[in-house]
Ligand binder design. Structure first.
Ligand code: FE2
Ligand code: FE2
Length: 166
């Protein structure tokens, strides 16, 4: 019995070494990357909200404001989970600058702004899918947080695509 426990432990240690099971530190790092992305999203939708003018674009303006609130909620959920895992939310200027330079796509016309939003949302979706895959079943709570956010990002892409066609 003792021997099998020790064999199981060795196997589990090996799995950790091979990176099969992300530990809390790795999860916190991934969550902080997502948090920085969400903060950039909040700012981008805020800019697009203020840049959108005219009666014909009123419904788009309302949508942008709704997205600001939803991206803010994503950021809050990520930050809460980071703290629950014993980490610290990292909103340092350096991290945000790196993130915004890496993903900078802008535009001033409504079509350009929505196109930029779609680019960012798709990057977000890919990142959340990759995070969920890497976490697997090791951290069901984090996974649930990420899956809820992912579902909303997918809805954003669907809505934005409809707005672009309108
Ligand atoms: Fe988001
Ligand atoms: Fe989004």
């Amino acid at each position: 019995m003792m021997q099998s426990v020790s064999v199981a432990k060795r196997k589990s240690n090996r799995a950790m070494t091979l990176g099969c099971k992300p530990n809390a530190e790795t999860v916190v790092r991934l969550l902080n990357e997502a948090l920085a992305r969400e903060v950039i999203c909040i700012l981008r939708y805020k800019r697009h909200y203020f840049m959108t003018a005219g009666v014909s674009a009123r419904h788009v303006k309302v949508k942008f404001l709704q997205y600001v609130a939803e991206e803010q909620a994503h950021a809050d959920h990520l930050a809460e989970r980071i703290v629950q895992l014993g980490g610290k939310p990292d909103l340092s200027q350096e991290r945000l600058l790196n993130r915004s330079h890496a993903e900078h796509v802008e535009g001033d016309s409504l079509a350009e702004m929505i196109t930029a939003d779609l680019v960012h949302e798709r990057i977000s979706i890919d990142s959340y899918r990759a995070m969920i895959a890497s976490i697997g079943n090791d951290d069901p709570t984090t996974r649930q947080v990420l899956e809820r956010i992912l579902a909303q990002e997918e809805a954003h892409v669907e809505n934005l695509t409809t707005l672009l066609k309108a």
